[in-house]
Design a protein around this ligand. Structure first.
Ligand code: SAH
Length: 341
């Protein structure tokens, strides 16, 4: 079976042409796919034989809603999707003044091992396909009735550890006949895989790159983020500077505030010092407590913010959405796994 929904319009055109179909068919099929049809029978402007051929040769496997949680506080909706092979991933719909944003996953689980993150507890099961990433956006939109204008790759998994798929996904959502979501409306978050950041820079995409920094010193960062042990903060920040020079896009640094681990004044001072030299934005994230982890949320978020601002750093504190519904990374999947055991 061909993974038709992971194809670009150009690939689909070639594929259909090889089977004797006229070129305009490809656009028709493509548009149906992005309307979120769940079977080829729904593609009513295609001939019956073509529909039949698609049923026999092409894969259309929409995810099932395994769980849906709605925040009573702010309209955030969290989805646990069950994929074709039974694996589950999460997406979150967040409603902001500037439009609806969907946060999606790129892998089933994660192999990065960050100490504070629920997604990585049982390791990585597999990469998602472009179609599986796309379907999270499409079906969140369809199920919630909320048109999505922004996408963040901040769900389960490490986007740059599934590089080619993520790149293809970006091409698909960007396509005018697809979702037509502009790169400036997309954020990609990484734990800091330096070679892949350099590789991404070559494409000069206008998306926002978020780097999960979480500590300015190697001792702390290596303790909570194993990825740091081989590279180190200095080399990561050098890579980020190169990324900025190549793309012209300011990098956003995420910093989850953990009690007694990364929230000291000296760490704010060091962070400010190390970020000097290139435009940067720091996003402080109040730690979401993960059941399996002993790490606690910091009580020093405001003080840390003030200290950074004192050094001239641009800082925001992430607003907590969906606090009543396990709405952070991998927590709903973990809960479902525990309950199913
Ligand atoms: N793998 C990517 C994207 C996934 S996580 C990355 O590492 O950036 C999206 C963001 O949420 C990352 O900054 C991640 O470090 C952060 N995060 C993970 N668990 C968290 C928790 N329990 N509390 C607060 N932030 C968390």
């Amino acid at each position: 079976m061909v993974d038709i929904k992971s194809m670009t319009l150009e690939e689909l055109t070639t594929w259909l042409k090889d089977q004797g179909e006229p070129a305009f068919r490809a656009r028709q099929v493509f548009q149906w796919l992005y309307r979120g049809v769940t079977s080829f029978e729904e593609m009513t402007n295609l001939s019956k034989p073509l529909r039949q051929k698609l049923v026999e040769t092409a894969l259309l496997a929409p995810p099932q809603v395994a769980r849906r949680q709605m925040s009573q506080q702010d309209g955030t909706v969290k989805y646990l999707w069950r994929l074709r092979d039974g694996s589950c991933v999460e997406s979150v719909l967040m409603r902001y003044q500037h439009g609806n944003t969907v946060c999606i996953s790129c892998q089933v689980g994660c192999r990065m091992g960050c100490a504070f993150c629920a997604s990585t507890i049982a390791g990585k099961v597999r990469d998602l396909t472009p179609a599986e990433m796309l379907d999270q956006v499409l079906f969140t939109q369809i199920d919630s009735g909320a048109p999505v204008s922004n996408i963040v790759l901040m769900g389960i998994g490490e986007p740059l550890d599934n590089f080619d798929t993520v790149l293809r996904f970006l091409t698909l959502v960007n396509h005018p006949d697809g979702l037509n979501i502009g790169m400036r409306h997309i954020s990609l978050s990484t734990c800091g895989l330096v070679e892949q950041i350099d590789k991404l820079a070559q494409y000069e995409l206008q998306l926002t790159l978020s780097v999960s920094l979480h500590a300015p010193d190697d001792e702390t960062r290596s303790k909570i983020m194993p990825v740091n042990r081989s590279v180190g903060v200095e080399k990561l920040l050098e890579t980020c500077r190169r990324y900025f020079e190549k793309t012209g896009r300011r990098i956003s640094y995420e910093y989850a505030m953990i009690d007694g681990v990364n929230d000291a004044d000296w760490q704010a001072d060091l962070l400010a010092k190390r970020l000097r030299g290139a435009p940067a934005h720091v996003n402080l994230i109040p730690l979401n407590q993960v059941e399996e982890s002993p790490l606690k949320p910091s009580r020093r978020v405001a003080a840390f913010q003030k200290r950074l601002e004192g050094h001239g750093v641009t800082v925001t504190v992430r607003r907590r959405l969906g606090g009543d519904i396990d709405a952070s990374c991998g927590q709903l999947r973990r809960r479902a796994m525990r309950e199913e055991q």
